[in-house]
Design a protein around this ligand. Structure first.
Ligand code: NPG
Length: 369
């Protein structure tokens, strides 16, 4: 492919309800959307998962925008004709920045697959036509408020509940939800909020028959997670720590994680995510697809990934209505607790341009040299 130009826009979408985690509260989502236009007339879409502030990871929206324009695009333009699969190698000299890399790689991959009339799902090796939906539930203002929210999701048909936890909001809310829903697959996510010294406390979660405890400690504390895994019966699952295949292999080898949350943005894109998936399958580590409050653009690609055979646990792949009153694509609707895997070319969806325009606060087009 040869890039003719890239259209960027910043869009703003309010969430249907505030989403509180151990690192902050989000009431809306500000997102960088990229559209790569090729010389031969195809357009590929992606969204950058980085948040406006570096609270979940060190990357943030405007930094991703900057590094893509300043370094990644000139490198791709000077390459002339290339295949999307070469992008990781072309961008390898630029250290880090997996979310920014994933943004440009995904849009290029979408454009290339549209030209080849192939879906992302079949390109990645999907084996399912629908994927099980889980839902991630933020820290609530009170236990009754949490019960209301979870009850609503269970009634809608969600097949797995993930509760956000932090010190002071853990055993009690989890006990209550487990008591009310003794059978529902349940897991917790701490987003790095605990310390190594909290091992004994976290081991008390064992009584609630959880699928996993996600990222209890600092993202760099692989040894701490390995030590914690010795103290808990509940499997430890890493999220923030898994930024590449190498980091996944190392964490597995050290016994720090026995389940992995694969988030394509955080891991540098769908190509690296597939490599992590393939490796985990080889060594019998179950994986599931994480989410970052994506619009339909990112959700479509995540659902395609979640259809690979190693994704044996329900992901944070919820229906559009979980996040937004109106999505930027045709909404993803849940049927019997499942989302259909898009079968169209590329990511299989297109944004509604008029709606996208109405929520755009900034735009910029960069033309190839
Ligand atoms: O369903 O997309 C979703 C949200 C799932 O909890 C979720 N995401 O820590 O995994 C996380 C969290 C997150 C959201 C992190 C937004 C960063 C930004």
């Amino acid at each position: 492919m040869r890039i003719r130009s890239v259209d960027f826009r910043i869009i703003d979408l309010p969430l249907v309800r505030p989403f509180r985690t151990s690192f902050g509260t989000q009431v809306d989502r500000r997102i960088l959307v990229a559209a790569v236009n090729t010389e031969d007339g195809f357009t590929g879409w992606s969204e950058c998962v980085a948040m406006t502030e570096p609270l979940y990871s060190s990357e943030y929206l405007f930094e991703c925008f900057d590094i893509i324009k300043r370094f990644f695009l000139p490198a791709l333009f000077s390459q002339g004709d290339f295949r999307a699969e070469q992008i990781p190698l072309i961008l390898a000299p630029f250290l880090g920045h997996p979310m920014a890399k994933a943004t440009i790689e995904t849009a290029c991959l979408d454009a290339e697959l549209r030209r080849e009339r192939k879906s992302l799902a079949s390109f990645l090796g999907a084996v399912k036509s629908k994927v099980e939906c889980g839902v991630s539930v933020g820290i609530a203002s009170s236990i009754p408020a949490l019960v209301d929210e979870v009850t609503g999701y269970v009634q809608e048909g969600y097949r797995r509940i993930k509760l956000k936890i932090e010190p002071g909001w853990d055993l009690e809310p989890v006990a209550k939800i487990r008591e009310l829903f003794p059978e529902i697959p349940l897991q917790v996510d701490a987003n790095q909020a605990y310390k190594r010294s909290d091992g004994k406390h976290l081991a008390q979660l064992d009584q609630f028959n959880l699928l996993l405890i996600e990222q209890p400690l600092d993202e760099h504390d692989i040894l701490g997670h390995a030590q914690l895994a010795e103290m808990t019966k509940t499997p430890i699952c890493l999220d923030e720590s898994i930024i590449s295949l190498q980091s996944a292999q190392d964490a597995i080898a050290m016994g720090a994680t026995s389940v992995i949350n694969i988030k394509p943005g955080r891991a540098g894109g769908y190509l690296e995510s597939k490599r992590i998936h393939d490796y985990c399958q080889e060594v019998s580590i179950p994986v599931w697809c994480g989410g970052m409050l994506e619009t339909g653009i990112g959700r479509a690609a995540n659902v395609a990934l979640a259809a690979l055979p190693g994704f044996t646990l329900p992901g944070d792949t919820s229906a559009s209505s979980r996040y937004y009153k109106r999505d930027v694509t045709t909404p993803f609707e849940m049927k019997d607790g499942y989302l259909d895997v898009p079968t169209g070319e590329g990511i299989g969806v297109l944004p509604d341009l008029e709606f996208l325009e109405s929520i755009t606060s900034e735009r910029e087009t960069i033309k190839a040299l």
